[in-house]
Design a protein around this ligand. Structure first.
Ligand code: AMP
Length: 217
């Protein structure tokens, strides 16, 4: 499954929930890139300026990262792609890579939310650098203040979750990623969820899609 939707619409939170429930593997392109940036690898040094400014890293770079991450997984495991593809060239490269691996995309879920709420959600977001879990100080607080429920790491505010960068990320999303809604709709794969409701209700909507796909297999 591919998770589409603007920054801060809850894709990462839902990818984790769906993975826990169905045993899928969630691959977050942003999380994989942040690991490389933190490690100071060649890839991380190349990607860092893009992450800082809210621009997209070049297609060829992220496509290589994601296709090799997919290749390492067994063909039996269901995969959620969170944050990839983000452009039409990435989507066509993904289709080609998956065709080679004989693994079709079953669904693309579009997380819909209006921009004002996105800004409020992202600026309240706190993230765990170790395991990638995300929280929100207003909407989804951790059990202990600023501490990750999963691995007890101290939570941080991502540098690109500041309001000025969020506005740039939203503009990038509208210009480069939103066309993927049509791309997947044209292929009969698009499912839209209202991402502004409570996280449990968003989960229920996506679970409904997964169960429907299971029934039609
Ligand atoms: P995210 O955690 O998904 O919000 O991604 C954080 C940042 O990583 C983005 O603002 C981009 O700079 C970069 N990034 C993540 N996924 C992609 C992608 N599919 N294509 C290009 N850049 C990406």
């Amino acid at each position: 499954m591919v998770f589409l939707g603007g920054p801060g619409t809850g894709k990462g939170t839902q990818a984790k929930r769906l993975s826990d429930r169905f045993g899928f593997v969630a691959l977050s392109s942003g999380h994989l890139l942040r690991i490389e940036v933190d490690a100071g690898s060649d890839l991380g040094r190349e990607a860092e300026p893009y992450l800082k400014s809210g621009a997209l890293v070049p297609d060829v770079v992220i496509t290589g990262v994601m296709l090799s991450a997919i290749e390492k997984l067994s063909g039996e495991q269901g995969i959620i792609l969170d944050g990839f593809p983000r452009t039409v060239p990435q989507a066509t490269a993904l289709d080609a890579g998956l065709a080679t691996a004989g693994r079709p995309i079953d669904a693309a879920i579009d997380f819909q939310m209006e921009d004002g709420l996105i800004v409020r959600r992202i600026t309240g977001r706190r993230s765990c650098n170790r395991c990638g879990a995300t929280y929100n100080i207003d909407f989804l607080p951790p059990k202990a203040t600023e501490i990750c429920d999963v691995c007890s790491e101290r939570l941080i505010q991502r540098a690109d979750d500041r309001e000025d960068v969020v506005v740039a990320r939203l503009a990038t999303y509208r210009a480069q990623t939103a066309p993927l809604v049509t791309y997947y709709s044209d292929r009969g794969l698009l499912h839209t969820v209202d991402a502004s409701v409570a996280a449990d209700d968003v989960t229920a909507a996506i679970v409904g899609v997964v169960e429907m796909l299971d029934r039609s297999e």
